[in-house]
Write a protein that binds this ligand. Structure first.
Ligand SMILES: Cc1cc2nc3c(=O)[nH]c(=O)nc-3n(C[C@H](O)[C@H](O)[C@H](O)COP(=O)(O)O)c2cc1C
Length: 412
């Protein structure tokens, strides 16, 4: 048994582990959430509530389309789902029941209002029901009304204003959930901070189109002959999530804890987000595909990683990779790499040769007789395309040359 612990304190609240369901159909009602807690999740962000007397949510159907690539199903997921279509009373009853039965687990109420009154009611009622925290949904990209979701999340003044209303109406820690459908997330996150937000969560889904039915000429999901540009999530969205989380973390003016979201499926994905500054981790699409049980691998994998390296707390490693991100103008360009092909591992497919010929610096020599590839180091510019197109893991690596000592291809 190692010394590592997955416990984190986020906004002053202790989580037994940083893993939470993100607000979505995976946390739709009490019975589902109870099963998730039993499976081992540290917290749940409940499906977004609204004041249903003012706006009755009706879900479009079908509302999902998986993004499939090259025979791999579900590389990403597009959804046209709305916030909760249950009544506020039903959801509040479920939140109260969950808190009664799972007092040590963290329950976060996700809320979305359409005016000051709504935000105030949702904040007060969530607190009364026993929620530990609030997450303000400023980011749903497909709300069936134009004054909500990501449109509000791109309006700094509105974000500041509604966060303030919530702050004035409850004593709970507030997380503001950001939209990635914006060039720069920082001004919005800073506006949320001015309004009183205690933390930022990112990302919600990315506006996208995943497929087109080429017979009816209609994008998918096809909702009675029409479609829409709606939210995209899952593994293919992870690089974009990582970008935004690191930018939030690295901004010294923001300095708020971050709940990281976006395509997290494994402990390694979660670790990546922790290394980029997330102290809390949220997941939806991977649960939609594999179920709540993925938490077991996530916890075990992260603990093993930490114990193997004598890391005792998540705090110790939070943000460590984000600190290594610099502006491209600051890259150290004195060094260059050249590719190294492992002759034993090379299967002679010639893919590296083709890619280097047609898209790089023609530095690979391919012997048609032996079907072996070698590198002409004098021509290699160290782009590493060959390594990335090679179908054999670890067949092509690279070594560094100091171009100050050895003038090299492309630097001569
Ligand atoms: C079907 C579906 C419904 C969602 N509903 C909500 C919602 O009601 N409120 C919210 O804040 N985010 C909602 N989200 C966004 C997720 O909470 C999460 O931010 C996003 O999916 C990225 O994480 P993932 O890649 O782990 O799914 C929804 C996502 C999906 C796929």
């Amino acid at each position: 048994m190692g010394k590592a612990s997955l416990k984190v304190t986020f906004c002053g609240i202790e989580f037994e582990n940083p893993f939470c369901l993100s607000s979505s159909p995976v946390g739709n009602h009490a019975e589902m959430c109870a099963r998730a807690f039993d499976a081992g999740w540290g917290g749940i962000v409940y499906k977004t509530l609204n004041v249903d007397e003012r706006f009755k949510v009706i879900m479009p159907s079908p509302r999902l389309n998986s993004y499939n690539y090259n025979g791999n199903k579900f590389v990403g997921l597009q959804n046209a789902e709305q916030i909760s279509d249950r009544t506020l009373a039903e959801n509040l009853k479920d939140i109260a029941e969950l808190k009664k039965n799972y007092s040590t687990k963290v329950l976060i109420s996700s809320i979305m209002g359409f005016n000051d009154d709504d935000w105030a009611i949702l904040a007060r009622e969530s607190e009364k029901a026993g929620a530990d925290m609030l997450e303000l949904n400023f980011s749903c990209p497909q709300m069936a009304r134009k004054d909500a979701g990501h449109r509000i999340g791109q309006n700094y003044e509105a974000v500041e204003h509604f966060t303030k209303i919530v702050k004035e109406n409850c004593n709970l820690p507030i997380i503001a959930k950001m939209t990635p459908n914006i060039t720069d997330m920082l001004p919005v996150a800073l506006a949320a901070k001015r309004g009183g937000a205690d933390a930022i969560s990112a990302i919600n889904t990315i506006r996208a189109i995943t497929d087109i039915d080429i017979d009816s000429l209609t994008p998918m999901p096809m909702i009675h002959g029409k479609s829409g540009i709606t939210g995209f999530s899952g593994p293919a969205a992870k690089p974009i999530g990582m970008r935004f989380v690191s930018e939030l973390y690295n901004d010294k003016g923001l300095n708020l804890p971050i709940s990281a979201i976006g395509g997290i499926e494994t402990w390694r994905d979660a670790l990546h987000f922790i290394l980029l500054g997330g102290m809390n981790i949220q997941v939806t699409t991977a649960i939609m595909r594999y179920g709540y049980r993925i938490i077991e691998d996530m916890k075990e994998g992260l603990l093993d990683y930490m114990n193997d390296r004598d890391i005792e707390t998540i705090e110790q490693i939070c943000g460590k990779a984000a600190e290594k991100l610099v502006d491209p103008s600051e890259f150290d360009i004195r060094y260059q790499v050249v590719s190294v092909i492992d002759e034993e591992k090379c299967i002679g497919c010639g893919q590296c040769y083709i890619s280097c010929q047609d898209a790089a610096n023609q530095a690979i020599i391919f012997d048609l007789e032996t079907r072996k590839a070698t590198v002409d180091e004098k021509r290699c510019v160290g782009c590493t395309l060959c390594k990335h197109v090679c179908p054999v893991w670890d067949c092509i690596t690279y070594r560094t040359v100091d171009t100050l000592i050895t003038p090299h291809a492309g630097r001569l």
